[in-house]
Design a protein around this ligand. Structure first.
Ligand code: NAP
Ligand code: GLV
Ligand code: GLV
Length: 317
């Protein structure tokens, strides 16, 4: 049995496969592998472990003639043509749950950073501009007591909501289905997307990227947002039509935005880089040592299970 991994992941995961006598081939490059490299890699593989940045389309799936399982080292799997994998009888697994709290921590860090201008402040001090406490220096927005709008109240969205309780926030949420337990626990109110956009001081996105959620926030959605709102995106860049976000930031319609994910990443719209009222992080939502190790264990255990003919724990299709 052979498993191809498109990038080095924590050793504890790789050890699970090796200890089971599976040959592990790893792409050792520092940059994401090209499609050609992935195709070469899957040719002789029974299992593929991919990253969210690897497009696993028909061409790649077809190149894996003996492929039985694809393990995505992420919870989001919009990079994989799952319908086609299913058609070919290939099992797809992912890493839900283990990264929920870690990603919610980052979302909250971004909410606070954007509202309190933490990055602007850092740049100001770094540039040697701090001349002493000043009454009107870098005035931000209060998070405590503000209204938080959660778009997509799944695992991560709800975990952000639980953190918001400690900040005495009023919580609104819009999601595909109602979450009575979440409402009971946090006092969150289920509303339409329109109401959420009109009433929230802070909007945090937690839907997966699907054909339905692509461009969920476009021209009209930015128009109806509350003046001075803050938008945080730790889901996927393509949920937001970035040009309208940039316009809203330029016009001062939005107070700030904090983004961990970008439209067509790793390319960054140069307009975003020119703005002061943004906080930009390089897709590090799940990036803690502990969580990345748990993800490695989870994905390798499941790939191993499928290769042994067992049912995986985190099957997508
Ligand atoms: P999840 O538990 O599946 O939550 C997603 C939520 O979105 C669910 O409540 C779902 O509704 C809702 N939803 C799906 N489609 C919708 C639609 N069309 N309209 C409204 N709501 C919709 O997933 P999760 O574990 O919280 O992860 C969410 C996403 O975060 C991932 O897919 C990934 O893209 C992103 N992520 C990013 C990072 C990062 O590093 N920045 C890290 C982890 C995850 P139902 O409850 O009805 O299914
Ligand atoms: C990260 O973005 C993930 O989907 O796990
Ligand atoms: C600020 O540092 C204060 O003491 O108010």
């Amino acid at each position: 049995m052979r498993v191809f991994i498109t990038r080095k992941i924590p050793e504890n995961g790789i050890a699970i496969l090796k200890n089971a006598g599976i040959q592990v081939d790893i792409y050792e490059g520092e940059e994401p592998p090209t499609k050609k490299i992935i195709i070469e890699g899957v040719k002789k593989a029974d299992g593929l472990i991919s990253l969210l940045s690897d497009p696993i389309d028909r061409e790649v799936i077809d190149a894996g003639r003996q492929l039985k399982v694809i393990g995505n080292y992420a919870v989001g799997y919009n990079n994989i043509d799952i319908e086609y994998a299913k058609k070919r009888g290939i099992v797809v697994v992912n890493t839900p749950g283990v990264l929920t709290e870690t990603t919610a921590d980052l979302a909250f860090a971004l909410i606070l950073a954007a509202a309190r201008r933490v990055v602007e402040g850092h740049k100001f001090v770094e540039a040697g501009l701090f001349r002493g406490w000043a009454p009107l220096l870098l005035l931000g927005r209060d998070v405590y007591g503000a209204t938080l709008g959660i778009i997509g109240a799944g695992r991560i969205g709800q975990a952000v909501g639980k953190r918001a309780r400690g900040f005495n926030m009023r919580i609104l949420y819009y999601s595909r289905s109602r979450k009575p337990d979440f409402e009971r626990e946090t006092g969150a109110k289920y509303v339409s997307l329109e109401t959420l956009l009109r009433e929230s001081d802070v909007i945090s996105i937690h839907v997966p990227l699907t054909p339905e959620t692509k461009h969920l926030l476009g021209k009209r959605e930015f128009e109806i947002m509350k003046d001075g709102a803050i938008l945080v995106n730790t889901a996927r860049g393509e949920v937001v039509e970035e040009r309208w976000l940039i316009e809203a930031l330029k016009k001062g319609k939005l107070f700030a935005a904090a983004l961990d994910v970008f439209y067509g990443e790793p390319r960054i719209n140069p307009e975003l880089l020119k703005l002061k009222n943004v906080v930009l992080t390089p897709h590090i939502g799940s990036a803690t040592e502990t969580t990345r190790r748990k993800m490695a264990e989870m994905v390798c255990e499941d790939v191993h299970r499928v290769l042994m003919g067992e049912e995986p724990e985190n099957r997508v299709v």
